[in-house]
Design a protein around this ligand. Structure first.
Ligand SMILES: [Zn+2]
Length: 125
């Protein structure tokens, strides 16, 4: 049975998640396709606000995947570089008065980037 409470579908992954919850596995085989799907979604989404919202969801996911990132240095480096770009984009957008209504989304994203850096032990000050 699947490892998640309230899910009684047969497990699929070696660490006991079902086909629907396989993205919570710690195995690269299940994590990488999910990350690729997210990255494509960000790429294909129009509008900075919508993009940042998806990035926020991706960061939330990555914050549960610290072990995976620490075991995959190359991947971790790319993610941290992207975070820096996104951080700069967010800060630039936040200076635009017409984004005033969406300012929370940018703040949330910056928070999540910092949370990821803290979890990875790479917070710079
Ligand atoms: Zn499940």
């Amino acid at each position: 049975m699947c490892k998640l409470n309230q899910c009684n579908v047969n497990s699929l992954t070696p660490d006991g998640y079902c086909h629907r919850h396989k993205v919570w596995s710690k195995h690269q085989k299940y994590i990488v396709p999910h990350l690729k799907k997210y990255i494509d979604k960000v790429k294909n989404t129009k509008g900075i606000k919508n993009k940042v919202e998806i990035v926020g969801n991706l960061l939330n996911y990555l914050n549960y995947k610290i072990e995976f990132l620490n075991l995959n240095e190359g991947f971790k480096t790319v993610i941290l570089q992207r975070c820096e770009q996104i951080e700069n984009d967010c800060k630039k957008q936040m200076e635009e008065p017409y984004h005033y209504d969406h300012i929370q989304i940018f703040f949330r994203c910056l928070d999540q980037i910092n949370q990821l850096r803290i979890n990875l032990g790479v917070l710079k000050d």
